[in-house]
Design a protein around this ligand. Structure first.
Ligand code: DX5
Ligand code: ZN
Length: 221
């Protein structure tokens, strides 16, 4: 069963707690952190991640707080996000000079470690770290903004990452992020994804519970 992880990037931050309550039927809450350097946009810092976590505690304690760091030098901030309540912290391979060290730093905080790859980044960058990863995030858009259309060319890469995870007998989760909607969710699952991030696909709908249900139903074999 694929997990559904709505991205709060497309939520109304004036009513963040209510927005998080509206997605309480989801599995994970995806927090998109952007610094205006690794990506052109600036979004959430540890302060808002902490507010999101508190809303999660109040309305949907089962949801896993999943922080996707689209920032340069992420090692400088992983502790702050762990303190804010992140249970998964994902860094970009392209942003880490010492990727192995960054993964170790996250795990030393007792947090699950993810590695994200931009659409153009070959999966071979995972060759010597995959066993250490709790999650791999295959970006299906160029990171920076919600509401973009997915880049089709990433599908074969998702398949190759899945094959590698299975060949090594790992439990590593394979997450996809960008342009995921109910009408294409099955294609990601078929390619091997097991965590589906969706921002505009969930928060763009008036009925969030129905949007989550539709993605989940579409992702079912
Ligand atoms: C993009 C972010 C995504 C984004 C997805 O840089 O990492 O999580 O919110 O939004 P949609 O689902 O609208 O493409
Ligand atoms: Zn994201």
């Amino acid at each position: 069963m694929a997990l559904v992880a709505p991205s709060i990037l497309s939520a109304d931050f004036g009513h963040l707690a209510d927005e998080i309550a509206s997605i309480s039927s989801a599995d994970w809450i995806h927090v998109d952190v952007m610094d205006g350097r690794f990506v052109p946009n600036i979004t959430i810092g540890p302060l808002i991640a902490d507010a999101a976590r508190r809303a999660r505690d109040a309305h949907a304690p089962h949801m896993v707080v999943d922080c996707h760091l689209m920032i340069v030098e992420p090692d400088r901030y992983v502790e702050d996000f762990a303190r804010a309540g992140a249970q998964v912290i994902t860094v970009h391979a392209e942003a880490c000079t010492h990727l192995d060290r960054s993964i170790q730093a996250i795990k030393a905080l007792g947090v699950k470690a993810g590695v994200s790859l931009n659409p153009h980044t070959p999966e071979s960058v995972l060759d010597y770290v995959l066993e250490q990863c709790d999650l791999v995030l295959a970006m299906t858009v160029n990171p920076g903004f919600g509401g973009q259309s997915l880049i089709e060319r990433v599908f074969p890469k998702i398949e190759r990452i899945r094959a590698r995870i299975d060949a090594l007998g790992l439990q590593t989760r394979l997450q996809v992020d960008g342009g995921v909607k109910a009408d294409n969710a099955w294609r990601f699952v078929q390619a091997g994804a097991d965590v589906l991030v969706s921002g505009s696909g969930v928060f763009g709908a008036a009925d969030r519970a129905a949007a989550i249900r539709k993605i989940r139903d579409a992702a079912r074999p």
